[in-house]
Design a protein around this ligand. Structure first.
Ligand code: NDP
Length: 274
């Protein structure tokens, strides 16, 4: 019988993860079945227990359950403990192992797919929610020259910077506090693009040759990508590569083999039609 995996979310019908993991399984010859499962907003724990009883080996977790998954885990990887959220669960011998592959996914996409090394870069991270928190340690591991976290409510950005001060000094504040500074890499981890909105960013934010990266993805440019291009960013990318790379990292955690992402990413892009 095939090994059973799934992604839990609410909503979940839109999820691209089953198609991604089916492609990974075919390419690596792994005997895996991967489903999308809807969990009730207050029913995550029960959904996990039902899935484990049905023989489930592991699960991805998306909105709004990443913090529930963190609390439910009986063991946490170092990166999940740092992120305060879990997107990859492994069920083994009665234990629930919690991991977080979002940060590795983002960094792999930026460094490997977009050919943008982090070392020596001045990085601006926009947003101070769960997605932002999950990528800070992996970004700092790339040894950038500096990291600035800017958020609509500046205090949240400052609290986040303080939580990572043991790794490196991180600047933080509201968007206005970035005035007069310029950055080589600007990552949008806010939900503004989801709402179809741009951000109140000062002009001259993008240094020569800068990459603007939006964690959101969709058909064509996101509002942030359009704004960044108009404000002088040399390169713009959306978060589809991050999605494929975090999935590849989860596949590695579960199966011990890291699938290639190039074909999967090209297929996802073709389906989006952008
Ligand atoms: P959260 O709800 O945890 O955080 C939302 C953040 O966005 C907060 O910093 C909030 O600021 C800010 N924000 C929301 N609306 C606006 C706005 N109109 N203007 C300015 N700032 C705003 O969300 P997540 O961190 O979980 O997700 C953020 C984004 O990352 C989403 O677009 C999500 O789709 C994407 N994502 C993509 C992934 C991928 O694989 N590609 C993986 C994970 C996330 P404040 O604190 O002031 O409210």
């Amino acid at each position: 019988m095939s090994d059973l995996y799934c992604v839990f979310g609410n909503p979940i019908a839109h999820s691209k993860s089953p198609a991604i993991h089916a492609a990974f399984a075919a390419a690596t010859g792994q005997d895996v079945v991967y489903e999308a499962r809807l969990a009730a907003v207050d029913g995550f724990k029960q959904a996990i227990s039902d899935f484990v009883a049905a023989g489930g080996k592991g699960a991805n977790v998306t909105v709004p359950f990443k913090e529930d998954a963190f609390r439910l885990s009986t063991q946490l990887s170092e990166r999940a403990a740092r992120a305060g959220a879990v997107n990859t669960l492994t069920f083994k011998g009665g234990e629930i192992l919690g991991d977080n592959t979002d940060g590795a996914g983002l960094v792999n996409d930026i460094i490997c797919n977009l050919n943008c090394p982090l070392a020596g870069k001045r990085i601006l991270l926009l947003g101070a929610g769960g997605a932002s928190r999950g990528v800070i340690a992996p970004l700092l591991a790339g040894k950038p020259a500096s990291l600035f976290i800017a958020n609509r409510s500046g205090e949240k950005a400052e609290a986040l910077a303080a939580a990572f001060a043991d790794i490196a000094a991180v600047d933080a504040g509201n968007f206005a506090k970035t005035t007069g500074r310029s950055f080589d890499l600007v990552i949008n981890a806010t939900a503004a693009s989801l709402a179809g909105e741009g951000l109140p960013l000062p002009t001259c934010l993008f240094a020569s040759g800068a990459l603007a990266y939006d964690m959101m993805y969709g058909k064509g440019e996101t509002p942030f990508m359009t704004q960044a291009r108009e404000q002088g960013a040399a390169f713009c990318a959306d978060g589809l590569g991050m999605l494929a790379e975090q999935a590849a990292e989860a596949f590695l955690v579960w199966r011990g083999v890291r699938p290639e992402t190039a074909q999967v990413l090209a297929d996802l892009r073709a389906k989006l039609g952008g």
